[in-house]
Design a protein around this ligand. Structure first.
Ligand SMILES: NC(=O)C1=CN([C@@H]2O[C@H](COP(=O)(O)OP(=O)(O)OC[C@H]3O[C@@H](n4cnc5c(N)ncnc54)[C@H](O)[C@@H]3O)[C@@H](O)[C@H]2O)C=CC1
Ligand SMILES: [Mg+2]
Ligand SMILES: [Zn+2]
Length: 274
């Protein structure tokens, strides 16, 4: 079943409901989608509602509820869990839903003047009538890069990672800089190394909470590894035939590594899950 984003009017009846709060969805043994009319008859406090698209032919609505919300036979499951284990189209739906949920939750009041906002009909925007501003979903461009040196790749550990896992370097683009500049700056800051011959590989929306990952391969150009305090716990060169535990297969971090390894070892190219 395929997921497709769309703008649906919540005034329409029917369809399916996702129950959302802070990067978590309520789920039972059938999954995350509940008959929406049935949900509306339950005694739940619904904070906000958006029509977000179609799962197959079925209309899907996102219902923001309180974190204390309980439904018989259901439990709260994290978006990260669906990223690690969920079916691909289900994860695409939940990734979009979570970003719409984050946007809505963070823009109920105007950041300029503090007045309450309202949802504009027909557009994904929160409108402040008091100062006439509009607030759209925020997307944070971030670079992610695999630094390579022949048969070796530079991988690092953040103290936030699961024990043992090594990954590519990543970082947020700063205001006014190009993504290329960001790659060179972040690599220099995090591991003290210079890079050259950047090659753009592809991108991935990353809903934790609203990054857009722009993925590169870059060749080592000079410098010894000097790790950034607090951000980087370990960084090393690994041979492509002797790699440590790597990030989740659905991540662009993993794709950048698998792609380079496949090229060096003459293996079939992996595919990036969008
Ligand atoms: N899809 C993938 O394969 C991967 C995705 N990522 C994502 O890339 C992003 C950037 O990676 P990091 O190394 O964590 O970034 P980073 O190297 O720029 O440092 C993280 C720090 O940036 C600050 N920060 C948080 N949100 C920010 C924002 N929106 N704009 C600017 N600064 C912000 C915080 O102080 C945070 O501790 C994160 O969202 C992370 O989840 C990281 C690795 C793999
Ligand atoms: Mg970083
Ligand atoms: Zn305002």
């Amino acid at each position: 079943m395929a997921w497709r984003n769309a703008f649906l009017d919540p005034a329409q009846a029917g369809g399916w409901a996702l129950l959302y709060n802070q990067q978590h969805f309520l789920a039972d043994s059938n999954g995350v989608l509940f008959p929406r009319d049935w949900i509306k008859r339950q005694d739940l406090e619904i904070v906000g509602e958006q029509g977000i698209g179609y799962f197959g032919e079925d209309a899907v609505y996102l219902l923001q509820v309180k974190p204390s919300t309980q439904l018989e036979g259901c439990s709260w499951q994290s978006l990260r869990q669906f990223m690690l284990q969920g079916e691909a189209e289900t994860f695409r739906m939940l990734a979009y839903a979570a970003q719409i949920g984050t946007w809505y939750a963070e823009h109920r009041f105007c950041g300029s003047c503090g007045a309450a906002t309202r949802q504009l009909p027909g557009e994904r925007a929160m409108r402040c009538d008091s100062c006439e501003s509009q607030h759209y979903p925020r997307i944070s461009p971030s670079m992610i890069v695999l630094v390579t040196r022949g048969d070796e790749v530079l991988l690092a550990r953040s103290p936030r990672f699961v024990t043992g896992i090594y990954s590519t370097l990543a970082g947020f683009v700063e205001p006014g800089e190009s993504v290329e500049h960001c790659v060179a700056r972040e690599v220099r800051e995090e591991v003290g190394v210079e890079v050259q011959n950047l090659q753009y590989i592809g991108s991935q929306g990353w809903p934790f909470p609203h990054s857009l990952m722009l993925g590169f391969h870059a060749e080592y150009a000079g410098g010894d590894i000097v790790m950034q305090e607090d951000e980087i716990e370990d960084a090393r060169w690994f041979r492509v035939d002797d790699l440590p535990p790597l990030p989740a297969s659905r991540s662009i971090a993993r794709y950048l590594i698998d792609l380079y390894v496949a090229c060096r070892l003459g293996l079939p190219e992996p595919e990036l899950q969008a």
